[in-house]
Design a binder for this molecule. Sequence first.
Ligand code: C2E
Ligand code: CA
Ligand code: CA
Length: 405
Amino acid sequence: MTGSRFVLILDDEPAICRGLVLFANHLGVDAMAVSTHEEFFQEVSQRNPTHIILDLRMPKMDGIEVLGELANRGCQAAIAISSGSDDRLVAGVQRSIIAHGLKCAQLLPKPVSLASLSAFLNLEVEDDRSTKETAPTRKSANLPITEEDIRIAISENQFQIALQPIVHCSTLAVKGFETLIRWQHPIRGSIMPDQFIPHAEGCGLIDAVTDVVLDQALSWLAQLSQFTELSLSVNISGKSQGVPGFPDMVEQKCRSFGVSPELLTLEFTETAVAENPSLALDVLTRLRLKGFELSLDDFGMSSSTLAMLANLPFTEMKSDKSFSMTAATSKESRAFIKSTVDLGHELALRTVAEGVEDQATLDYLKAIGCDFAQGYFIARPMPKEQVSGWITQHSLSLVSLTQVC
Ligand code: C2E
Ligand code: CA
Ligand code: CA
């Protein structure tokens, strides 16, 4: 059998189960099929599968419920949906997998072919965190994170920033970088933000975490004297909106690092803003008056109204990554991105699409006039020490592209 791969299949049709197990074994991969969710979750706990294949329509617990439970358990397996359902429904489920923070929203149309199964099983298990960033350990997903852990992480400098480029869709020139926090725990290894930011928010330590991020981000930007045009985006928790003096604090920090507020884009998620639009209006307006750029992040994931969007002083709109990640296969995702771009431009906002994972999506964004793109196809988040090298390489590849054209 190939490496330590183990595929767990949940399907209520015995013939399909038998076929998938046979195919997997033929490919040298250990496999097991179960037909109830009780057996399924028992095997997930006991055998920790590297790959999971789910049938969407199950009698007792449907695919969406199963995905929710897998997300609660911090499941790290690569997941594929095998379904004969219509494309629209399946594309919605694919976005749901991404929104739950689960891995590899792969589709395996029924009847599953040996080629498509082989492509899925050959995926790297830690796929989306693979090369440039340390893979999070499986152990870390299951251990509870305490307030004390976060305090220690702050005092012992365990939080570091990673930076991901944002480029112009039309020219691919670098516009700037988004700052993404990473926790390098001495025992648990790398812990990703989705696993600890909600805890930091819950125990009142999020402002201390933001403080660390802003200090690292601003000192990095201040040193990048040769690339002064670059802007930096920083994620701000919705909880910080309610902190009195938040706009003054960020302004003061910029001043102490000698960074102009115009170079800093503060990203607020749509959900955070929708929770308290009147508070958001006060805080965002004050930030804007001080010169900061403001981005509405994860657009499309909440039920914000057009009126709310038009009333708030955002300068940028970022469609949620789940739409770009599925744009190549879903016409609904493409339609959503196009409407976002049109709406953003009507409101005089810059538009950014994140989660760009392939050339076809980048081409599409360019064709519909989206301003900026961010995603693994351009570059994964990288440690700050690698940024100058990446910029030089990227500029060189743009020059050679121009010469070819
Ligand atoms: P976000 O702000 O929406 O950040 C984008 C996330 O998508 C990042 O995940 C990034 O690594 C990932 N990403 C970018 N391009 C692609 C792509 O092409 N494909 C895929 N599959 N993923 C892509 P990350 O770093 O795990 O961060 C997750 C979330 O944690 C962020 O989502 C943000 O909401 C939050 N976060 C990260 N850093 C901070 C921080 O410093 N403060 C706060 N409050 N939240 C943060
Ligand atoms: Ca963001
Ligand atoms: Ca986002």
